[in-house]
Ligand binder design. Structure first.
Ligand SMILES: *Cc1c(COP(=O)(O)O)cnc(C)c1O
Length: 423
């Protein structure tokens, strides 16, 4: 099945208003046809997870229906084609991120596991008592807690780069916090709670001047903008398949091979060894050294299909279109009395967190749900961000390339309805 989207080459879309044929793209996503509470679904919870195009659903189905077998082991026919498909997905991800080698692409369960892998493997080998790990004030809990665990284990200290009231990192503070004890910087490429796009290339350059490696949490970036790990220069990059319109339970950790080679395994088991005796085990080569046990094969195959689909649409076109949606939605929501947007950075991805005077975000979410509008209300796994802005929670609408301005209009009408109910 061919993904339905207009073919746009990199030159022709520039300056055009909207190069995406969104109506046709929506046909690729079966779930977008369904109703919720008798209303057409308006799915604006893309920062929590993305919907799946038919090509991804088909790839997973086809795998189970025609190829299911264990990989890297069997010499029988099915095992060989399953292995080839799984490894082809790895090669697709390598091209997607512009990594220099497939050995640098490790399949994990998601962003969370990718960060934990680095914390427990790189961290426990190279971070010592008195050392420091630097994160930012806008991190997801997945990029806070693994470092707290590591710091507790080795006696290191977690330090935090503050942000201003728009949700932008304070670069001078970052510079000030980098020091000889800093052993690793780990920051979000894009904030899930605020939408801020951090100047990650600059952050990497500044850390590298002091030879400090940098991990980027790409969970909210990889689905929405072109990511080139060599261009960014980052040492590690983690993202989740399910936010990139692929299956749940599969994700990617990219790591420079010089680091991965120097790191001990994260977990022990099958597939990550080359030879086992009771005296000593020899570890497998990259990337298998970090992939113990039977992996999520169907997930890997599905992620390959998702990467193909998204690349087929074109990340530049996706970014441009989502920017347009964000501007439209921001302007429309600003007309609602008593509505305050949390996260007003100059560089933003299409995430709109907001609060309404006198209405709890959960009540906003409940009323919107009755209108078929799916948003998220809560702390977005970023409690420190909520504390920074002095709110218990926010309502968050987050967009993808299949959303439309008409859906934004439905959202805004529904927010007006919230006001009628609660004021
Ligand atoms: C979703 C998210 C994570 C965690 O991703 P999982 O898929 O739950 O592992 C980490 N960081 C950011 C910025 C996220 O948005």
């Amino acid at each position: 099945m061919k993904p339905a989207h207009e073919v746009t080459d990199a030159k022709s879309w520039r300056g055009a208003r909207s190069p995406l044929d969104v109506a046709r793209i929506r046909e690729d996503f079966p779930i977008l046809k369904r109703q919720v509470h008798g209303k057409p679904l308006v799915y604006l919870d893309n920062a929590a997870t993305g919907q799946k195009p038919q090509v991804v659903i088909d790839a997973v189905n086809r795998y189970y229906a025609t190829e299911n077998s264990n990989i890297h082991r069997g010499i029988h026919f099915l095992s060989e084609i399953a292995t080839a498909d799984y490894e082809e997905s790895r090669a697709k991800v390598k091209r997607f991120l512009n990594a220099s080698d497939t050995g640098e692409i490790i399949f994990v369960r998601g962003t969370t596991e990718g960060i934990n892998l680095v914390a427990q493997s790189y961290g426990r080998r190279f971070v010592k008592q008195g050392d420091e790990i630097l994160i930012s004030a806008m991190e997801h809990h997945s990029n806070i807690v693994p470092w707290q665990i590591l710091c507790e284990q080795v006696g290191a200290r977690l330090r935090v780069v503050p942000m201003n009231h728009d949700g932008e990192l304070l670069i001078e503070e970052y510079e000030r916090l980098l020091n000889d004890r800093t052993k690793l910087v780990s920051v979000a490429h894009v904030s899930n709670a605020l939408g801020t796009v951090n100047p990650v290339k600059q952050l990497v350059e500044m850390a590298h001047r002091r030879k400090i490696p940098v991990l980027l949490d790409g969970a909210q970036a990889a689905p929405h903008m072109k990511v080139d790990v060599q261009e960014l220069g980052c040492d590690f990059y983690a993202f989740s398949g399910h936010k990139l319109f692929g299956p749940t339970g599969i994700g990617i950790l990219y790591g420079k091979s010089k680091h991965l080679e120097a790191m001990p395994p994260y977990q022990g088991g099958g597939d990550m060894i080359s030879l086992v005796t009771f005296e000593k085990t020899h570890y497998n080569i990259l990337p298998y050294k970090f992939e113990a046990g039977t992996p999520h094969i169907a997930g890997g195959v599905g992620l390959g299909a998702a990467v193909d689909y998204l690349s087929g649409i074109g990340l530049e076109a996706v970014t441009a279109y989502e920017k347009e949606l964000l501007a439209y939605a921001t302007e429309a929501l600003c007309t609602v009395q008593g509505l305050r947007i949390i996260g007003t950075a100059k560089e933003k991805a299409a995430v709109l967190s907001f609060v309404l005077d006198g209405v709890h975000p959960h009540d906003i979410g409940t009323v919107l749900d009755q209108e078929g509008v799916a948003i998220r209300a809560g702390h977005h796994c970023a409690m420190p961000v909520m504390q920074r802005f002095g709110v218990p929670a926010t309502a968050r609408a987050s967009f993808a390339f299949y959303n439309t301005k008409e859906e934004v209009d439905v959202l805004v009408r529904a927010v007006h309805k919230v006001l009628k109910v609660f004021r």
